[in-house]
Design a protein. Structure first.
Lengths: 238, 238
C-alpha cells in the first residue's frame, strides 16, 4: 500500500538514515518512525531530553508481547510437552543473554551505537530488541508482529532444538571454574526444616572454607543449583 | 454468524451444560468447547485421564497473553508514567490473589466445582481464569480476546485507580502483625559490600531474637521489604 507517510519517512524525514538502517532488519518503512527511534534510546543517553524519553516503556510492552509470542510458538510446537518444559524453554529464549546475542546478530548494535555515544553495553542490545518488538506491535498489531518475530528472528537466529539440549547446570559450571582456578568448593547442607508441611533445604556454597552464597528450596538439588547461580553471579564468572 | 458447530455445542454436545454456564461469563458459544472444558481441569482432578489432560498448558499460554493485555492496557492508560510504575501496577493486577478474587466474582467457581469433586482451592480459581484466557485467545485471536478481557474482566471487576493507591508495604504489614501478637521485631543490617561496583545490603528480619529471613539488594529499603515479604510467607501471615 502506498503511503505518503512512509514515503516521507524514507526520503524526507530528518531520521531517514535510521530508516535506511532499519529497512534490512524489519523489511519495511515504518509509519511510526518516532517509536522505532525511541526503541534505541537507552535512558543513559538522554540527560537533557524530556522525562521518560527513553526505551524503557516500550521495553516493558515489548517484553510482554515477546513473552506471549514465544509462549504460543512453544505451545504449538510442542503439543505433548507439559507446562514445566514450556516454561523452561521460554526462559532459555527470552533470557537476557540470548536476547543480547540475537540483537547483536541482527545488527541492532549498528543503530544503537549511533545514539549511544560510545557508552554501549551488552544488555542495551537485548533491551533495544525488546523495545523494537514493542514498536513493531504498535505499528503492525499482534498477528503481524508475531509473524515477523517468528520468521525473521526466532527461526533465523535461534536453534530451538539446540536449546532443548542445553541444561542450565550452574553447579557443574561453578565446579568447572573452581577446578580451573584451583579453588576448593563445597556444597554444605546448612539446615533442613519443615515448611508448608514439606521438607525444605538450606544449602551454602563454600569456597576455600568461606561461605559465599546460600539458597533454600524444597529439594536439595534445586537449592544447590540456586546457590551455585548466586555464587556465579557474585564471583562474576562468565 | 450462524455456525453449525456452535449450534451443535449449545444444544447437542455432551457438554451442553458447560455451555449454559459459560454463556453468561464469556457471552458466546465457543466453537472449541473442548478447550474451555480443559481450562477447568486442574491436574489433581485427573488421575485416570490421558497425560497432560489438565489446564496447565493453557494456563502457561493464558498467563503470557494476560500479561501482554495488561501491559498494553497500562502502557496506554498511563502515557506519562515510567516503566517502574507500569511494572508495579501490572504485578498488582496479575498476582495470584487478585486473579483468584476476580475468578471467584466472575463465577468460575461454579464451573470449577463441577469438575473438582470438592477438592477446590483458591489458587485453582486464578489458574482456571488464566487457562480460560488461553482458550479465549485460541478461539478469538489476540485483539478480540484482549477486548473481551478489558471490557468484561478488567473494567468490571478491578478498580485500577484503587490499585494505584495500594502500596505493597511488606515491612509495615509485618510490623503490624508483630505489634498485634506481641512479638519483638528488628531489621538487622547484616552486611554491606560492593557488588558490580555498587553498594549492596544484606538485611535480616529478627523476630524475638531469632533470625527468620534475610535478603539482599542494592538499596537497604528494598532489602528490608524483600526480607519482610519472606518473613510474612514463612510465618504464614495472611
Amino acid at each position: 500500500m502506498l503511503s505518503v507517510l512512509k514515503v516521507y519517512n524514507k526520503y524526507f524525514s530528518e531520521d531517514k538514515e535510521l530508516v535506511g538502517k532499519l529497512l534490512p532488519i524489519i523489511g519495511f518503512v515504518p509509519r511510526r518512525l518516532h517509536l522505532f527511534k525511541l526503541a534505541f534510546y537507552h535512558k543513559s543517553m538522554n540527560s537533557e531530553g524530556p522525562k521518560n524519553y527513553n526505551n524503557e516503556r516500550l521495553e516493558f510492552l515489548g517484553d510482554a508481547i515477546l513473552s506471549s509470542i514465544v509462549a504460543e510458538y512453544l505451545f504449538k510446537k510442542y503439543p505433548n510437552k507439559d507446562e514445566g518444559f514450556l516454561t523452561k524453554m521460554r526462559s532459555k529464549i527470552v533470557k537476557r543473554k540470548t536476547l543480547n546475542d540475537i540483537a547483536d546478530r541482527m545488527g541492532l548494535d549498528l543503530i544503537l551505537s549511533e545514539y549511544s555515544m560510545g557508552k554501549m553495553s551488552n544488555s542495551m542490545l537485548g533491551n533495544a530488541l525488546e523495545a523494537m518488538v514493542g514498536a513493531l506491535y504498535i505499528e503492525l498489531g499482534y498477528e503481524k508482529a508475531k509473524n515477523y518475530f517468528i520468521s525473521n528472528v526466532l527461526m533465523k537466529y535461534l536453534d530451538v532444538h539446540e536449546l532443548e539440549e542445553i541444561d542450565d547446570n550452574h553447579k557443574s559450571r561453578l565446579l568447572e571454574w573452581c577446578q580451573k582456578n584451583n579453588h576448593q568448593l563445597n556444597f554444605d547442607l546448612k539446615s533442613k526444616f519443615k515448611h508448608n508441611k514439606r521438607d525444605r533445604f538450606k544449602v551454602a556454597v563454600v569456597l576455600n572454607g568461606e561461605e559465599i552464597s546460600h539458597a533454600e528450596d524444597y529439594n536439595k538439588k534445586s537449592a544447590e543449583q540456586h546457590a551455585a547461580l548466586l555464587a556465579i553471579n557474585k564471583l562474576k564468572i562468565d
